[in-house]
Design a protein around this ligand. Structure first.
Ligand code: FES
Length: 569
């Protein structure tokens, strides 16, 4: 119970009628139509972003989470007010969810800013929602705390444990190779997503949840609790209660999400063998606070940050196993002094204190030790070279081929790839390098997760499991293979990836962090002169125009330039 809140409450951000007292009178009169008493309206107001959508199965449990958060807010003496925010699901977003992430971040920022609230609880889960909410909250600047929907439980098929979406891709690949019948792949489709919640492998949702907790924006223990567990609701209730504390203390996101906290999140990304998307998203969140992510420093961090977590696609377990193993705490404990332990978290304590208050290790098998890791370096390596002067990345912990030189087989767009990839006439051999152009932020547009270029059917049927694949696209964190992503600058803005032609030689050397197009400079200059930006139907107006005009490259998070923080230095 809070007798005299120090928070603005209903006075926050009044609608402008030229008379503030009248504005407050009107606001209170309208909200009383909801049945609130004066006592309720005097409390700290905690906004709750309701990201439920009939199109978003990963957020199926949001109504339960909202109820638990409300309970926590009220037990702590606050007034909870939920409000809708755009909800984005991976499979229901054309052309790709990444195209809509920045829109969701704008919705989040403006609705937090426009409506009276002393703090906000952000409910995220599905891949793009967590970064979008963090981006929006960072820009809005009011106290904020994250609750995620939590991972799904695993499914099963004929005795085999299944997890979305590593097994979606693996089994679909087997179906393409003729090893699984049409009837069986349909049956698998009924079992891959057996409960509410997010993908339960180390995909983008799991990665972002763990990074958010390491960043300090989620109460300890929240990242790995499965969506259907009672612990998820207890965590949500605690989050609601803590939001009231944050409101009264006035702790802003910028005080939590510091440069040191972003370093903790990046080290966590490496240690969990996380999704490559985590790097793009965290760069976008940091950019909202005027902080640049240094790709070279991130790569160097990988040298002393092994992959510790034995989860698919780099390992063998699933998120529910990580939850039973203690969640993020054993990972942070193992990382120890390599973290910035004095960072403040939303708990009101330091990261060091949060780790100390977690359950002790009981000899679990999911989080390995630094001495006996899953992969001796960080999961993601940053590549440079004339094919990616602004950088490219490879998830080395999920790749088989780390050193290779081969002949380029080029697809000029997603449409071109869809048309020709499976053609029996395609001139392609197992040691070729598949190149996909124009699938970056402006090229596709939206930088879709199409970097996982399927093995051409005739090679797949001949038993080829992996090839070097290079693009300016992203890749689902649930995928695996020798896949180079995020080539910057992208082909659609004249980047060198767009200059590759069939038959060129390409050399990948992950140990030396090098990605080279072996074509002489004079020839490349000639090709550059022929560059023509791709045209997108409808690009003259609306959100597509805004997107194409403003989206930045992958190294700055593919955010909109005008949404990034105005640098003060
Ligand atoms: Fe929502 Fe995977 S589709 S988390």
């Amino acid at each position: 119970m809070t007798d005299s809140p120090k928070t603005p409450g209903m006075k926050d951000g009044l609608a402008q009628y030229g008379d503030n007292e009248f504005s407050l009178f009107m606001r209170k009169a309208f909200i009383k139509a909801m049945g609130y008493t004066d006592d309720a309206l005097e409390r700290p107001i905690i906004g709750i972003t309701n990201t439920f959508s009939g199109y978003n199965a990963c957020h199926r449990n949001v109504p339960d989470i909202v109820e638990a958060i409300k309970r926590g807010v009220m037990l702590a003496g606050g007034l909870p007010v939920e409000f809708p925010i755009i909800s984005v699901h991976e499979s229901f977003s054309h052309p790709t969810s990444m195209f809509l992430r920045n829109l969701m971040s704008m919705d989040t920022e403006e609705m937090i800013r426009a409506q009276p609230m002393d703090a906000v609880v952000l409910i995220g889960g599905c891949d793009k929602t967590v970064p979008a909410l963090l981006m929006g909250a960072a820009s809005a600047g009011k106290p904020a705390i994250m609750e995620v929907t939590g991972p799904m439980m695993t499914g099963h098929f004929r005795g085999e444990r299944l997890g979305a979406c590593t097994d979606c891709r693996r089994l679909w690949g087997m179906h393409r190779a003729g090893e699984i019948s049409a009837e069986d792949i349909d049956a698998v489709g009924n079992r891959l997503m057996p409960t509410a919640g997010t993908c339960m492998v180390m995909g983008t949702a799991s990665t972002m949840a763990l990074m958010t907790e390491a960043l300090g924006m989620m109460l300890p223990g929240g990242a790995a609790i499965p969506a259907v567990m009672a612990d998820r609701l207890r965590h949500a209730e605690d989050t609601g209660a803590r939001a009231v504390g944050l409101a009264l203390e006035g702790v802003k996101p910028a005080q939590i999400m510091t440069r040191e906290a972003f370093e903790n999140a990046l080290r966590t990304l490496l240690a969990v063998g996380g999704s490559t998307n985590g790097l793009v998203h965290i760069a976008a969140v940091a950019g909202r606070l005027g902080i640049d992510i240094d790709l070279e420093a991130f790569d160097a961090m990988g040298a002393d940050t092994p992959v510790l977590v034995d989860l698919k696609p780099s390992g063998q377990h699933y998120m529910e196993d990580l939850y039973r193993a203690g969640g993020l705490a054993p990972i942070l404990r193992e990382l120890g002094d390599s973290l910035n332990l004095d960072c403040l978290t939303v708990s009101g304590r330091t990261l060091r204190e949060d780790i100390a208050s977690a359950e002790p290790d009981w000899g679990q098998q999911v989080v390995k030790t630094k001495a006996n890791p899953i992969y001796k370096e960080g999961g993601i390596a940053v590549l440079r070279g004339n094919l990616a002067p602004g950088g490219a990345i490879i998830k080395q912990s999920a790749a088989e081929i780390l050193q290779h030189e081969g002949r380029a087989v080029v697809f000029s767009s997603l449409e071109d790839m869809a048309e020709r990839l499976d053609s029996p006439d395609l001139d392609v051999k197992a040691d070729d390098v598949l190149v996909l152009q124009n699938a970056g932020p402006k090229g596709a547009p939206g930088m879709p997760e199409s970097g996982y270029i399927p093995i051409p059917k005739k090679l797949a049927q001949a038993g080829v499991k992996d090839m070097v694949r290079i693009s300016d696209a992203r890749m689902s964190g649930t995928a695996f293979g020798s896949i180079v992503l995020h080539c910057t600058p992208e082909a659609a803005v004249g980047g060198p990836l767009g200059l590759v032609r069939n038959g060129d030689r390409i050399r990948l050397d992950v140990a030396n962090r090098s990605l080279m197009l072996l074509v002489d400079e004079a020839e490349l200059e000639k090709r550059k002169a022929e560059f023509k930006a791709p045209y997108h139907e409808g690009q003259e107006r609306g959100y597509l125009k805004l997107y194409l005009d403003e989206v930045t490259q992958a190294d700055t998070g593919a955010d909109f330039e005008f949404l990034r923080a105005v640098r003060k230095d």
